[in-house]
Design a protein around this ligand. Structure first.
Ligand code: PMT
Length: 407
Protein backbone atom coordinates (compact mmCIF):
# COMPACT_ATOMS: atom_id res chain seq x y z
CA UNK A 1 0.00 0.00 0.00
CA UNK A 2 1.64 3.25 -1.16
CA UNK A 3 1.82 5.77 1.64
CA UNK A 4 0.62 9.30 1.02
CA UNK A 5 2.16 10.62 4.24
CA UNK A 6 3.31 14.20 3.79
CA UNK A 7 1.01 14.69 0.79
CA UNK A 8 -1.85 17.13 0.83
CA UNK A 9 -4.99 16.79 -1.29
CA UNK A 10 -7.56 19.52 -1.85
CA UNK A 11 -10.87 17.74 -2.48
CA UNK A 12 -13.56 19.79 -4.19
CA UNK A 13 -16.96 18.19 -3.85
CA UNK A 14 -19.55 19.16 -6.48
CA UNK A 15 -23.30 18.97 -6.02
CA UNK A 16 -24.46 15.59 -7.27
CA UNK A 17 -25.82 12.41 -5.76
CA UNK A 18 -22.31 10.89 -6.04
CA UNK A 19 -21.15 13.40 -3.41
CA UNK A 20 -21.85 10.73 -0.77
CA UNK A 21 -18.84 8.78 -2.14
CA UNK A 22 -16.61 11.67 -1.00
CA UNK A 23 -16.84 10.24 2.53
CA UNK A 24 -15.23 6.97 1.47
CA UNK A 25 -12.63 8.78 -0.62
CA UNK A 26 -11.63 10.94 2.35
CA UNK A 27 -11.42 7.84 4.55
CA UNK A 28 -9.18 6.04 2.03
CA UNK A 29 -6.91 9.09 1.69
CA UNK A 30 -6.63 9.45 5.46
CA UNK A 31 -5.79 5.73 5.80
CA UNK A 32 -2.85 6.36 3.45
CA UNK A 33 -1.69 9.26 5.61
CA UNK A 34 -2.66 12.19 3.35
CA UNK A 35 -3.87 15.54 4.64
CA UNK A 36 -7.27 16.23 3.06
CA UNK A 37 -8.72 19.72 2.89
CA UNK A 38 -12.21 19.98 1.47
CA UNK A 39 -14.27 22.58 -0.36
CA UNK A 40 -17.98 22.02 -0.78
CA UNK A 41 -19.95 23.83 -3.46
CA UNK A 42 -23.31 25.26 -2.43
CA UNK A 43 -25.07 22.45 -4.30
CA UNK A 44 -22.85 19.83 -2.63
CA UNK A 45 -24.12 21.02 0.76
CA UNK A 46 -27.53 19.66 -0.28
CA UNK A 47 -26.05 16.15 -0.45
CA UNK A 48 -23.36 16.03 2.25
CA UNK A 49 -22.61 18.14 5.29
CA UNK A 50 -19.44 20.02 6.26
CA UNK A 51 -19.73 18.34 9.66
CA UNK A 52 -19.54 14.75 8.36
CA UNK A 53 -16.62 15.51 6.04
CA UNK A 54 -14.84 17.53 8.69
CA UNK A 55 -15.18 14.62 11.15
CA UNK A 56 -13.62 12.23 8.62
CA UNK A 57 -10.84 14.55 7.45
CA UNK A 58 -10.03 16.11 10.82
CA UNK A 59 -9.85 19.47 9.02
CA UNK A 60 -12.12 22.46 8.63
CA UNK A 61 -14.36 22.18 5.54
CA UNK A 62 -14.55 25.33 3.42
CA UNK A 63 -17.75 26.48 1.76
CA UNK A 64 -17.78 30.22 1.17
CA UNK A 65 -15.62 32.54 -0.89
CA UNK A 66 -16.67 35.51 1.17
CA UNK A 67 -16.19 34.09 4.65
CA UNK A 68 -13.85 36.45 6.48
CA UNK A 69 -12.88 33.74 8.94
CA UNK A 70 -11.91 31.37 6.14
CA UNK A 71 -9.80 34.09 4.49
CA UNK A 72 -7.96 34.72 7.76
CA UNK A 73 -7.38 31.02 8.39
CA UNK A 74 -6.49 30.13 4.82
CA UNK A 75 -7.26 32.25 1.74
CA UNK A 76 -8.59 30.58 -1.39
CA UNK A 77 -5.28 31.07 -3.18
CA UNK A 78 -3.30 29.43 -0.40
CA UNK A 79 -5.89 26.66 -0.10
CA UNK A 80 -5.38 25.65 -3.73
CA UNK A 81 -1.62 26.19 -3.77
CA UNK A 82 -0.72 24.43 -0.52
CA UNK A 83 -2.13 21.16 -1.89
CA UNK A 84 -0.01 18.69 -3.86
CA UNK A 85 -3.04 17.74 -5.92
CA UNK A 86 -6.54 19.10 -6.46
CA UNK A 87 -9.27 16.47 -6.86
CA UNK A 88 -12.78 17.32 -8.06
CA UNK A 89 -15.19 14.52 -7.07
CA UNK A 90 -17.89 14.51 -8.12
CA UNK A 91 -17.13 16.81 -11.05
CA UNK A 92 -20.63 17.76 -12.12
CA UNK A 93 -21.45 19.00 -15.65
CA UNK A 94 -21.84 22.51 -14.24
CA UNK A 95 -18.55 22.48 -12.34
CA UNK A 96 -16.70 21.11 -15.38
CA UNK A 97 -18.23 23.81 -17.60
CA UNK A 98 -17.02 26.45 -15.13
CA UNK A 99 -13.54 24.91 -15.08
CA UNK A 100 -13.38 24.73 -18.86
CA UNK A 101 -14.40 28.37 -19.22
CA UNK A 102 -12.35 29.75 -16.34
CA UNK A 103 -15.35 31.01 -14.36
CA UNK A 104 -14.70 31.94 -10.74
CA UNK A 105 -17.92 32.85 -8.96
CA UNK A 106 -17.65 30.72 -5.83
CA UNK A 107 -14.93 29.24 -3.62
CA UNK A 108 -14.63 25.95 -5.57
CA UNK A 109 -14.30 27.54 -9.02
CA UNK A 110 -12.01 30.30 -7.72
CA UNK A 111 -9.67 27.78 -6.09
CA UNK A 112 -9.62 25.78 -9.34
CA UNK A 113 -8.72 28.85 -11.38
CA UNK A 114 -6.08 29.97 -8.87
CA UNK A 115 -4.30 26.65 -8.52
CA UNK A 116 -0.87 25.92 -9.97
CA UNK A 117 -1.16 22.22 -9.07
CA UNK A 118 -2.27 19.23 -11.11
CA UNK A 119 -6.01 18.63 -11.15
CA UNK A 120 -7.87 15.30 -11.26
CA UNK A 121 -11.59 15.34 -12.06
CA UNK A 122 -14.01 12.45 -11.51
CA UNK A 123 -17.06 13.31 -13.63
CA UNK A 124 -20.51 12.26 -12.46
CA UNK A 125 -23.72 13.14 -14.24
CA UNK A 126 -26.72 11.82 -16.10
CA UNK A 127 -25.83 9.78 -19.18
CA UNK A 128 -27.35 12.33 -21.59
CA UNK A 129 -25.53 15.19 -19.91
CA UNK A 130 -22.26 13.24 -20.25
CA UNK A 131 -22.79 12.61 -23.98
CA UNK A 132 -24.01 16.17 -24.70
CA UNK A 133 -21.83 18.01 -27.21
CA UNK A 134 -21.24 20.84 -24.71
CA UNK A 135 -19.89 18.43 -22.08
CA UNK A 136 -17.73 16.68 -24.70
CA UNK A 137 -16.28 20.08 -25.67
CA UNK A 138 -15.66 20.94 -22.02
CA UNK A 139 -13.93 17.59 -21.33
CA UNK A 140 -11.69 18.15 -24.37
CA UNK A 141 -10.81 21.68 -23.17
CA UNK A 142 -10.02 20.38 -19.69
CA UNK A 143 -7.78 17.62 -21.06
CA UNK A 144 -6.07 20.20 -23.24
CA UNK A 145 -5.47 22.33 -20.14
CA UNK A 146 -3.79 19.33 -18.49
CA UNK A 147 -6.65 18.19 -16.24
CA UNK A 148 -6.65 14.40 -15.73
CA UNK A 149 -9.96 12.60 -15.84
CA UNK A 150 -10.90 9.37 -14.03
CA UNK A 151 -14.11 7.63 -15.09
CA UNK A 152 -16.99 7.97 -15.41
CA UNK A 153 -18.13 4.35 -15.17
CA UNK A 154 -21.03 2.78 -16.95
CA UNK A 155 -23.97 1.45 -14.99
CA UNK A 156 -27.35 2.17 -13.55
CA UNK A 157 -27.78 5.77 -12.50
CA UNK A 158 -29.61 7.28 -9.58
CA UNK A 159 -32.16 8.68 -12.06
CA UNK A 160 -32.94 5.16 -13.32
CA UNK A 161 -31.18 5.51 -16.69
CA UNK A 162 -28.28 3.27 -17.75
CA UNK A 163 -24.96 4.22 -19.37
CA UNK A 164 -21.73 6.12 -18.72
CA UNK A 165 -21.98 8.86 -16.12
CA UNK A 166 -21.54 7.11 -12.75
CA UNK A 167 -18.66 8.57 -10.79
CA UNK A 168 -15.58 6.32 -10.57
CA UNK A 169 -15.52 4.34 -7.32
CA UNK A 170 -13.47 5.85 -4.46
CA UNK A 171 -10.78 3.15 -4.79
CA UNK A 172 -10.42 3.94 -8.54
CA UNK A 173 -10.04 7.62 -7.71
CA UNK A 174 -7.51 6.74 -5.01
CA UNK A 175 -5.48 4.71 -7.55
CA UNK A 176 -5.43 7.72 -9.90
CA UNK A 177 -4.40 10.00 -7.02
CA UNK A 178 -1.56 7.67 -5.96
CA UNK A 179 -0.36 7.54 -9.59
CA UNK A 180 -0.41 11.34 -9.91
CA UNK A 181 1.39 11.87 -6.62
CA UNK A 182 4.12 9.33 -7.43
CA UNK A 183 7.49 11.10 -7.51
CA UNK A 184 8.32 11.65 -11.17
CA UNK A 185 11.69 11.03 -12.70
CA UNK A 186 13.34 14.35 -13.56
CA UNK A 187 16.10 13.31 -15.96
CA UNK A 188 16.47 16.88 -17.21
CA UNK A 189 16.92 18.47 -13.78
CA UNK A 190 19.81 20.93 -13.99
CA UNK A 191 19.56 21.04 -17.81
CA UNK A 192 18.33 23.95 -19.91
CA UNK A 193 16.02 23.53 -22.89
CA UNK A 194 15.27 26.26 -25.43
CA UNK A 195 12.16 25.95 -27.62
CA UNK A 196 10.76 28.19 -30.34
CA UNK A 197 7.03 28.04 -31.08
CA UNK A 198 4.22 29.66 -33.00
CA UNK A 199 4.36 31.84 -36.09
CA UNK A 200 6.36 35.01 -36.59
CA UNK A 201 4.76 38.19 -37.89
CA UNK A 202 6.65 40.32 -40.37
CA UNK A 203 5.10 43.79 -40.57
CA UNK A 204 4.11 45.36 -43.88
CA UNK A 205 2.67 48.53 -42.36
CA UNK A 206 1.17 49.39 -38.94
CA UNK A 207 -1.89 47.16 -39.58
CA UNK A 208 -0.73 44.37 -41.89
CA UNK A 209 1.79 41.55 -41.65
CA UNK A 210 3.06 38.35 -43.28
CA UNK A 211 2.46 35.27 -41.12
CA UNK A 212 1.16 31.68 -41.21
CA UNK A 213 -1.30 29.31 -39.53
CA UNK A 214 0.88 27.99 -36.69
CA UNK A 215 -1.06 27.93 -33.40
CA UNK A 216 1.97 27.17 -31.23
CA UNK A 217 0.27 24.03 -29.83
CA UNK A 218 3.08 21.61 -30.76
CA UNK A 219 5.80 23.90 -29.38
CA UNK A 220 3.90 24.64 -26.15
CA UNK A 221 3.29 20.91 -25.64
CA UNK A 222 7.04 20.29 -25.98
CA UNK A 223 7.80 23.06 -23.48
CA UNK A 224 5.32 21.53 -21.01
CA UNK A 225 6.92 18.09 -21.41
CA UNK A 226 10.45 19.52 -21.01
CA UNK A 227 9.49 21.31 -17.80
CA UNK A 228 7.75 18.14 -16.59
CA UNK A 229 11.07 16.26 -16.97
CA UNK A 230 12.73 18.87 -14.76
CA UNK A 231 14.42 21.11 -17.35
CA UNK A 232 14.81 24.85 -16.98
CA UNK A 233 12.61 25.61 -19.99
CA UNK A 234 12.65 28.79 -22.06
CA UNK A 235 9.97 29.12 -24.73
CA UNK A 236 10.50 31.82 -27.33
CA UNK A 237 7.01 32.30 -28.68
CA UNK A 238 5.52 34.12 -31.62
CA UNK A 239 2.00 35.56 -31.18
CA UNK A 240 -0.37 32.76 -30.06
CA UNK A 241 -3.26 32.51 -27.64
CA UNK A 242 -2.29 29.61 -25.42
CA UNK A 243 -1.90 29.40 -21.64
CA UNK A 244 1.68 29.41 -20.34
CA UNK A 245 2.59 25.83 -19.34
CA UNK A 246 3.55 25.41 -15.66
CA UNK A 247 7.24 25.93 -14.96
CA UNK A 248 7.98 27.43 -18.39
CA UNK A 249 9.49 30.86 -18.97
CA UNK A 250 7.90 32.42 -22.05
CA UNK A 251 9.69 35.13 -24.05
CA UNK A 252 7.16 36.68 -26.43
CA UNK A 253 8.39 37.94 -29.83
CA UNK A 254 6.84 39.08 -33.11
CA UNK A 255 9.44 38.89 -35.86
CA UNK A 256 12.04 36.33 -36.94
CA UNK A 257 14.84 38.76 -36.12
CA UNK A 258 13.47 39.20 -32.55
CA UNK A 259 13.20 35.42 -32.21
CA UNK A 260 16.82 34.99 -33.31
CA UNK A 261 18.05 37.75 -30.96
CA UNK A 262 16.37 36.12 -27.95
CA UNK A 263 17.62 32.63 -28.90
CA UNK A 264 21.18 33.93 -29.24
CA UNK A 265 20.87 35.55 -25.83
CA UNK A 266 19.67 32.26 -24.25
CA UNK A 267 22.46 29.94 -25.47
CA UNK A 268 24.35 27.98 -24.29
CA UNK A 269 21.60 25.45 -23.57
CA UNK A 270 21.65 21.65 -23.47
CA UNK A 271 18.83 21.08 -25.95
CA UNK A 272 17.28 23.46 -28.50
CA UNK A 273 14.08 22.54 -30.34
CA UNK A 274 12.83 24.71 -33.19
CA UNK A 275 9.11 24.19 -33.72
CA UNK A 276 8.34 27.77 -34.72
CA UNK A 277 6.95 28.36 -38.19
CA UNK A 278 9.25 31.26 -38.93
CA UNK A 279 8.23 33.46 -41.86
CA UNK A 280 10.86 32.90 -44.53
CA UNK A 281 10.61 36.46 -45.81
CA UNK A 282 10.12 39.94 -44.41
CA UNK A 283 9.27 43.20 -46.12
CA UNK A 284 12.48 45.17 -46.61
CA UNK A 285 11.00 48.54 -45.68
CA UNK A 286 8.01 48.56 -43.35
CA UNK A 287 5.72 51.48 -44.19
CA UNK A 288 5.32 53.81 -41.22
CA UNK A 289 1.78 54.67 -42.37
CA UNK A 290 -1.05 52.37 -43.48
CA UNK A 291 -0.65 51.68 -47.21
CA UNK A 292 -3.58 53.17 -49.15
CA UNK A 293 -5.33 51.81 -52.20
CA UNK A 294 -4.62 54.17 -55.05
CA UNK A 295 -7.19 52.77 -57.48
CA UNK A 296 -4.28 51.83 -59.71
CA UNK A 297 -1.51 49.29 -59.35
CA UNK A 298 -1.11 47.32 -56.13
CA UNK A 299 1.95 48.30 -54.06
CA UNK A 300 5.20 46.50 -54.80
CA UNK A 301 6.52 44.80 -51.68
CA UNK A 302 10.22 44.03 -51.81
CA UNK A 303 10.96 40.96 -49.70
CA UNK A 304 14.22 39.86 -48.11
CA UNK A 305 14.99 36.43 -46.69
CA UNK A 306 14.83 36.17 -42.91
CA UNK A 307 17.80 34.79 -40.98
CA UNK A 308 17.53 31.05 -40.41
CA UNK A 309 17.32 30.78 -36.61
CA UNK A 310 17.85 27.02 -36.45
CA UNK A 311 20.85 27.04 -38.81
CA UNK A 312 22.39 30.04 -37.03
CA UNK A 313 22.15 28.43 -33.58
CA UNK A 314 23.25 24.99 -34.90
CA UNK A 315 26.40 26.54 -36.36
CA UNK A 316 27.12 28.91 -33.49
CA UNK A 317 30.22 28.57 -31.32
CA UNK A 318 27.82 28.02 -28.40
CA UNK A 319 25.97 25.20 -30.18
CA UNK A 320 23.54 23.33 -27.90
CA UNK A 321 24.48 19.70 -27.30
CA UNK A 322 21.34 18.56 -29.10
CA UNK A 323 19.69 20.61 -31.85
CA UNK A 324 16.27 19.52 -33.11
CA UNK A 325 14.55 21.08 -36.11
CA UNK A 326 11.05 20.54 -37.40
CA UNK A 327 10.21 20.19 -41.08
CA UNK A 328 6.80 21.32 -42.22
CA UNK A 329 6.22 19.76 -45.61
CA UNK A 330 3.31 19.37 -47.98
CA UNK A 331 4.94 16.71 -50.23
CA UNK A 332 7.87 14.27 -50.11
CA UNK A 333 7.83 14.79 -46.33
CA UNK A 334 10.74 12.58 -45.28
CA UNK A 335 12.89 13.25 -48.37
CA UNK A 336 12.77 17.00 -47.76
CA UNK A 337 13.37 16.46 -44.06
CA UNK A 338 16.53 14.42 -44.74
CA UNK A 339 17.84 17.34 -46.84
CA UNK A 340 17.03 19.82 -44.05
CA UNK A 341 18.88 17.70 -41.47
CA UNK A 342 22.09 18.18 -43.43
CA UNK A 343 21.45 21.73 -44.66
CA UNK A 344 20.54 23.15 -41.25
CA UNK A 345 23.14 21.22 -39.27
CA UNK A 346 20.85 19.62 -36.70
CA UNK A 347 20.94 16.26 -34.93
CA UNK A 348 17.31 15.39 -35.46
CA UNK A 349 14.47 16.60 -37.65
CA UNK A 350 10.85 16.02 -36.70
CA UNK A 351 9.04 15.95 -40.04
CA UNK A 352 5.32 16.52 -40.32
CA UNK A 353 2.83 16.87 -43.14
CA UNK A 354 1.21 20.31 -43.02
CA UNK A 355 -0.92 20.03 -46.16
CA UNK A 356 -4.44 21.37 -45.55
CA UNK A 357 -6.00 17.91 -45.22
CA UNK A 358 -3.59 16.84 -42.43
CA UNK A 359 -5.09 19.32 -39.96
CA UNK A 360 -1.69 19.68 -38.26
CA UNK A 361 -1.60 23.48 -38.28
CA UNK A 362 -3.83 24.46 -35.37
CA UNK A 363 -5.01 20.89 -34.70
CA UNK A 364 -4.48 18.73 -31.61
CA UNK A 365 -2.89 15.71 -33.30
CA UNK A 366 0.20 15.08 -35.37
CA UNK A 367 1.85 12.26 -37.32
CA UNK A 368 5.60 12.77 -37.24
CA UNK A 369 8.69 11.08 -38.66
CA UNK A 370 11.91 11.29 -36.69
CA UNK A 371 14.80 11.82 -39.08
CA UNK A 372 18.42 11.37 -38.01
CA UNK A 373 21.64 10.20 -39.66
CA UNK A 374 20.69 6.68 -38.64
CA UNK A 375 17.45 6.74 -40.64
CA UNK A 376 13.77 7.56 -40.45
CA UNK A 377 11.47 6.44 -37.63
CA UNK A 378 7.73 6.69 -38.32
CA UNK A 379 5.66 7.49 -35.26
CA UNK A 380 1.92 6.71 -35.16
CA UNK A 381 -0.70 9.45 -35.15
CA UNK A 382 -0.71 10.89 -31.62
CA UNK A 383 -1.95 13.93 -29.73
CA UNK A 384 0.56 16.79 -29.79
CA UNK A 385 1.03 16.22 -26.03
CA UNK A 386 1.98 12.59 -26.67
CA UNK A 387 4.38 13.55 -29.47
CA UNK A 388 5.95 16.10 -27.10
CA UNK A 389 6.30 13.62 -24.21
CA UNK A 390 7.81 10.91 -26.42
CA UNK A 391 10.19 13.36 -28.06
CA UNK A 392 11.38 14.85 -24.76
CA UNK A 393 11.89 11.40 -23.21
CA UNK A 394 13.96 10.42 -26.28
CA UNK A 395 16.04 13.61 -26.03
CA UNK A 396 16.55 13.10 -22.29
CA UNK A 397 17.90 9.63 -23.02
CA UNK A 398 20.23 11.01 -25.70
CA UNK A 399 21.51 13.70 -23.32
CA UNK A 400 21.74 11.60 -20.18
CA UNK A 401 22.05 8.05 -21.57
CA UNK A 402 22.91 6.38 -18.28
CA UNK A 403 19.54 7.40 -16.84
CA UNK A 404 16.18 5.96 -17.78
CA UNK A 405 13.93 8.93 -18.73
CA UNK A 406 10.80 7.64 -17.02
CA UNK A 407 10.72 5.07 -14.28
O1 PMT B 1 1.94 25.44 -34.18
P1 PMT B 1 1.03 24.29 -34.52
O2 PMT B 1 -0.33 24.75 -35.04
O3 PMT B 1 0.91 23.29 -33.39
O4 PMT B 1 1.68 23.49 -35.75
C1 PMT B 1 2.90 22.81 -35.54
C2 PMT B 1 3.88 23.06 -36.70
C3 PMT B 1 3.31 22.51 -37.99
C4 PMT B 1 4.17 24.57 -36.85
C5 PMT B 1 5.22 22.32 -36.28
O5 PMT B 1 4.95 20.97 -36.08
C6 PMT B 1 6.27 22.47 -37.38
O6 PMT B 1 6.35 21.73 -38.35
N1 PMT B 1 7.15 23.49 -37.20
C7 PMT B 1 8.17 23.87 -38.21
C8 PMT B 1 7.55 24.85 -39.15
C9 PMT B 1 8.53 25.31 -40.22
O7 PMT B 1 8.70 26.49 -40.37
O8 PMT B 1 9.14 24.37 -40.89
P2 PMT B 1 10.20 24.62 -42.08
O9 PMT B 1 10.29 23.30 -42.76
O10 PMT B 1 9.80 25.80 -42.91
O11 PMT B 1 11.52 24.98 -41.34
C10 PMT B 1 12.48 23.99 -40.95
C11 PMT B 1 13.05 24.32 -39.60
O12 PMT B 1 13.79 25.54 -39.66
C12 PMT B 1 12.04 24.50 -38.48
O13 PMT B 1 12.58 23.93 -37.33
C13 PMT B 1 11.92 26.01 -38.32
O14 PMT B 1 11.61 26.39 -36.99
C14 PMT B 1 13.34 26.45 -38.68
N2 PMT B 1 13.42 27.78 -39.28
C15 PMT B 1 12.85 28.03 -40.48
C16 PMT B 1 13.02 29.28 -41.06
C17 PMT B 1 13.77 30.26 -40.37
N3 PMT B 1 13.94 31.46 -40.88
N4 PMT B 1 14.30 29.98 -39.17
C18 PMT B 1 14.14 28.76 -38.61
O15 PMT B 1 14.63 28.52 -37.51
Amino acid sequence: MTSLAGKSVLLIVGGGIAAYKAHELVRLLKTRGATVRIILTKAAEQFVTPLSLSSLSGEKVYTSLFSLTDEIEMGHIQLSRSADLVVVAPATADLMAKMAHGLADDLASTALLATDKRVLAAPAMNVRMWSHAATERNVESLKHDGVSIVGPNEGEMACGEFGPGRMAEPNQILTAIVEMLKPRAQPLAGKKVLITAGPTREPIDPVRFISNHSSGKQGYAIAKAAAGLGAETVLVSGPVSLPIPPGVQVMPVETAQEMLDICEGEIPVDIAIFTAAVADWRVVTESSEKLKKTGGAAPNLTLAENPDILATIARSAKRPRIVVGFAAETEHVTEHAVQKLEKKGCDLIVANDVSRTSGVFGGDRNTVHLVSVSGVEDWPNMSKDEVAQKLMERLAQMLVPQQKAVE
